[in-house]
Write a protein that binds this ligand. Structure first.
Ligand code: ZN
Length: 203
């Protein structure tokens, strides 16, 4: 394992589309483990291959629930929308508000060649979208919502999340009327990974 050199800011590689991976060979496996090491070293929650100068469709994510390595990831469904602060290891001096789906389901191939699906909620959904954008040469700074605008959207959004969470608490606790303090916390992130199909040797 090794820490790879990150690409930053106006590096043209960050604006290019990455190519599909057709063979999971040792180079791809080494790249994936190097990307994870680089991501952890820089305390990120996600990293895409173009950020280390490799134009291949490979991303790694860890939102605190363990690493996920995704080859040729595709978003198959999404729901809702959340405005929240986002950052990027390639734009270390530049954070900002971005609107992303609240729920995302993505399919991908894992390092063993299995066809997998992951369901992400909140931060994981955001990370999946952010990293897949990188594979298409899209960077979050182009999607930023001005701070003043975001500040207006967030109180309403938080009210809605609290209401939804409250509903969940009620339905799961046989309709108690009391609102517990937990009811006002954002729903916990959901990380659900499933293998859809075992790998084939010719992959
Ligand atoms: Zn990024």
């Amino acid at each position: 394992m090794a820490i790879r050199k990150l690409r930053y800011n106006d590096d043209p590689i960050l604006r290019k589309r990455a190519r599909e991976i057709t063979e999971i060979n040792d180079r791809i496996k080494t790249l994936a483990s190097d990307m994870l090491e680089t991501m952890y070293h820089d305390e990120g929650v996600g990293l895409a291959a173009p950020q280390v100068g490799i134009l291949r469709r490979l991303i790694v994510i860890d939102v605190g629930q363990g690493p996920i390595t995704m080859i040729n990831p595709v978003i198959v469904s999404q729901k809702g929308s959340i405005v929240d602060i986002e950052g990027c290891l390639s734009f270390p001096d530049d954070g900002g508000y971005v609107e992303r789906p609240e729920y995302v389901t993505a399919q991908y191939t894992d390092l063993e060649g299995r066809h997998c699906e992951v369901k992400g909620h909140m931060l994981l959904a955001r990370a999946i979208c952010h990293e897949i954008d990188h594979l298409n040469g899209e960077v979050f700074i182009d999607k930023k919502i001005p701070n003043e605008e975001a500040q207006k959207m967030i109180p309403k959004q938080n009210e809605r999340l609290a209401r939804e969470q409250n509903k969940t608490v009620h339905s799961s606790e046989s309709g108690r009327d009391e609102v517990t303090s937990e009811a006002y916390e954002a729903p916990a992130d959901l990380q659900e990974v499933a293998v859809i199909e075992e790998g084939t040797d010719h992959e």
